[in-house]
Design a protein around this ligand. Structure first.
Ligand code: SAM
Length: 221
């Protein structure tokens, strides 16, 4: 009888340990799942880091079409080495914010900073051009832009259109090198107001496309 009681107690303790362990590991799995979903949440919608810098001839055309001037605030979404904004600051004295996801490009952006701020203009461009390491879909102050420039594949542009529609002020100019949104994916996308073809030392047929954000439609009751 005494032996049986001991066996029963050992069995109950063993069972308790097993159940406890199982619950704990299930908890761990749950924690892992939560972490994974957190990662998904912070993963950019688009992070194709293909880098092809826009050539100077095309940049000049983009400035000309958008009639960039000193009052402008230019955002370059996927800015690479941020050269476009240094060129704009130097030429027009306007502010610029470049957003780039790839840290290698950010390092190159800092080299551009040295290049443009090291000469007689030292300190002048410093306050005008900002380089941010981050996701172009999460630019809280994009509504401050008067001009947005980009050289991004259509998939980026399709995904970004709802942000442009919601956040950009009417009258903001969007100027894109080569690519456009795809009408079959984004049927309500705006029509371009101007298009040009530019020749550079690299190739003959760069496209520059510009849209102007229209007035917001009044909501129907
Ligand atoms: C074709 S390059 C254009 C660089 C520059 N705007 C120019 O025209 O010279 C596109 C850049 O977008 C960056 N990029 C891609 N996805 C991004 C995202 N979600 N947020 C910020 N930058 C991104 C890439 O790393 C790459 O440097």
């Amino acid at each position: 009888m005494y032996k049986r009681v001991i066996c029963l107690v050992v069995f109950v303790i063993g069972l308790a340990i097993f159940i406890g362990d199982f619950t704990a590991s299930a908890g761990k799995d749950k924690a892992k799942t939560t972490d994974k979903s957190k990662d998904e949440k912070f993963k950019p919608k688009y992070d194709d880091t293909t880098y092809v810098p826009t050539s100077d001839e095309v940049i000049e055309k983009m400035f000309e079409m958008a009639k960039v001037n000193q009052k402008d605030v230019i955002f370059d979404l996927g800015c690479g080495d941020n050269r476009i904004l240094y060129m704009a600051a130097k030429k027009f004295g306007c502010r610029g914010v470049g957003v780039e996801i790839n840290p290698d490009r950010i390092r190159e952006g800092m080299d551009q900073y040295e290049k443009y701020n090291g000469g007689k203009d030292f300190g002048k461009l410093l306050s005008l051009v900002e380089l941010r390491h981050g996701d172009a879909f999460k630019v809280k102050d994009i509504g401050d832009a008067t001009v947005v420039v980009m050289y991004m594949f259509p998939r980026f542009m399709n995904l970004w259109f709802p942000i442009a529609k919601e956040k950009l002020k009417p009258g903001t100019r969007i100027v894109s090198h080569d690519y456009s949104w795809e009408k079959d994916v984004v049927p309500d996308a705006w029509e371009p107001v101007a298009e040009a073809t530019v020749k550079s030392s690299m190739r003959e047929n760069h496209k520059v496309i510009m849209w102007v954000v229209p007035e917001k439609k009044a909501k129907k009751n």
